[in-house]
Design a protein around this ligand. Structure first.
Ligand SMILES: Cc1cc2nc3c(=O)[nH]c(=O)nc-3n(C[C@H](O)[C@H](O)[C@H](O)COP(=O)(O)OP(=O)(O)OC[C@H]3O[C@@H](n4cnc5c(N)ncnc54)[C@H](O)[C@@H]3O)c2cc1C
Ligand code: FES
Length: 281
């Protein structure tokens, strides 16, 4: 019955539970979410790069990227930064608490097109969340892809997200992972500086490499500049854009970027599209 009515009303959330909650940093927490209705849970399929609308009754709703791989069945994960009313409420919720979920929405990354190619991931801060979904998907399907390089920059060591994933990626011999921080502390023995510092030195085959970028808006400009110096093809550079959203389904017009809606035409765009959108990055 629930499923039938949800198909009729795209604004009606499905009921879900927080089944695990983990502190990642002072401001970010990881939540594992399962749908209460098994039929809804079993029919929930998503692509890396898609997002859900997460709601708390009487508080509100927000778009949040799915950060787990679709290869993990029965649940999905989101990483939420505590920035305001809704995200603060979710941070205080305990395991077992009920939330609403609409989606998945957005286009996601073009995973099929990436098969057989090299992949270069460049993430800044919480931008690692949507990329984690794609990275872990690719590592679960590792034989389909060639070289995998991950460049990650955080403001300081305390803000590094997904430390257990990073350790796992670091230990693999089929991933080239490089992490840097802007402001080191006394315990940091790794790289210092912005994430773009790695790009000049990495070995890239520009015609058969896809670059996937997500981070703070200022980062895109400098990363793309470095990639173009390496003769990257504009169509092979993908960015995930964040815009203020309401409906998530192309009805309200809140997320317009140029002549496109981020919620249905994005949030993933290739750099060629971005150049044709006004003020995109
Ligand atoms: C496609 C998409 C994916 C996202 N994925 C994630 C994610 O994985 N994890 C995560 O923590 N956040 C993500 N966000 C941002 C998240 O939606 C906002 O942080 C959230 O809506 C804030 O709600 P709030 O009620 O807690 O804050 P509010 O009280 O509404 O606002 C607090 C502050 O955050 C700003 N803000 C609100 N919404 C956005 C937004 N969409 N973009 C930038 N600033 C915003 C407000 O202007 C204000 O300054 C995503 C946004 C989009 C569009
Ligand atoms: S959020 Fe409503 S049109 Fe995109």
């Amino acid at each position: 019955m629930t499923e039938i009515s949800n198909k009729q009303n795209h604004y009606l959330p499905n009921i879900a539970s927080i089944t695990r909650k983990q502190k990642l940093t002072e401001t970010e927490k990881l939540f594992e979410i399962r749908f209460n209705n098994e039929v809804v849970g079993n029919s929930f399929n998503f692509k890396p790069g898609q997002f859900v609308e997460v709601s708390v009754f009487s508080i509100g709703e927000a778009p949040i990227s799915i950060c787990s791989s679709p290869t993990k069945k029965g649940f999905f994960q989101v990483c939420i930064r505590n920035v305001g009313n809704l995200t603060n409420t979710i941070h205080k919720m305990q395991e077992g608490s009920i939330i609403g979920i609409r989606g998945p929405y957005g286009n996601g990354f073009p995973v099929e097109a990436m098969i057989g190619n090299d992949l270069l991931f460049i993430a800044g801060g919480i931008g690692l969340a949507p990329l984690r979904s794609l990275i872990n998907y690719i590592l679960d399907e590792r034989t389909k892809f060639k070289n995998v390089t991950i460049l990650y920059g955080a403001k300081n060591p305390a803000e590094i997200l997904f430390e257990s994933d990073i350790k796992w990626w670091q230990e693999r011999n089929d991933v080239d992972l490089r992490v840097t921080v802007d402001n080191p502390n006394n315990h940091w023995s790794g790289e210092v500086g912005v994430v773009t510092k790695f790009i000049p030195d990495i070995q890239i085959h520009p015609t058969n490499t896809y670059a996937i970028i997500c981070g703070p808006p200022i980062m895109y400009k400098f990363v793309v500049k470095e990639l173009l110096k390496k003769r990257f093809i504009k169509e092979n550079i993908f960015v995930s854009l964040e815009r203020l959203m309401k409906c998530g389904i192309g009805k309200c017009g809140h997320c317009g970027v140029g002549y496109k809606y981020t919620c249905i035409d994005g949030p993933v765009f290739n750099y060629w599209d971005v150049l044709n959108l006004q003020e995109a990055i």
